[in-house]
Design a protein around this ligand. Sequence first.
Ligand SMILES: CC(C)(COP(=O)(O)OP(=O)(O)OC[C@H]1O[C@@H](n2cnc3c(N)ncnc32)[C@H](O)[C@@H]1OP(=O)(O)O)[C@@H](O)C(=O)NCCC(=O)NCCS
Length: 162
Amino acid sequence: MYKIRRAEAKDAEQVRLMSIALEEAMFDLFKKKKQTVFANKPVIASKHSVKDHAEWFGGMVGKPDEVLTHMWYVLEVDGKVVGYINGQPEKGNVGHLDSLYILKQYRGKGYAVAMVKKMKKWFQLKKVKFIDISVDGPNKPAQKLYEKLGFVKTTYTYGLKI
Ligand SMILES: CC(C)(COP(=O)(O)OP(=O)(O)OC[C@H]1O[C@@H](n2cnc3c(N)ncnc32)[C@H](O)[C@@H]1OP(=O)(O)O)[C@@H](O)C(=O)NCCC(=O)NCCS
């Protein structure tokens, strides 16, 4: 059994660990392919502490979805938090999908699709008309995921390692 719910203060440590794992995964891609702009250096430490995360998540408590300016959802499988997604509306009715991460052993089960769809519903509530996401060139699983969900390539970012 799984559920996707808003992140709560008690999830802060686990979400922070997953955000570090996401950065590490991007750095691994960089080491292999040297084509990423997001993580071209090793992860030293997450910029944000457990306390920061707890404050962000605590700040959502009791507020209706439509008034929130940022959304964090976690994926819970059999009572364990195994993934997260976060995003926020930006200028011009654009909703920016910030991060998405699923623990390795829970991948390939359709959870990421469910997470993006959940975020899409919140964006619709927030009157977002266009969802924006940046994906590293070598991150094929993520590209396939978004293409499966109907996303199309809109911008080409060129990079040169010097
Ligand atoms: C990308 C990621 C979120 C996908 O999560 P997931 O739960 O395994 O994805 P799903 O099971 O919902 O898969 C949905 C679709 O994504 C694509 N996909 C997922 N993993 C894939 C892989 N390893 N190779 C190719 N396509 C893949 C497929 O199209 C898949 O549909 P299909 O099963 O019908 O082929 C996960 O691999 C992850 O957390 N990766 C590390 C972090 C990351 O890259 N985040 C995205 C940053 S933009």
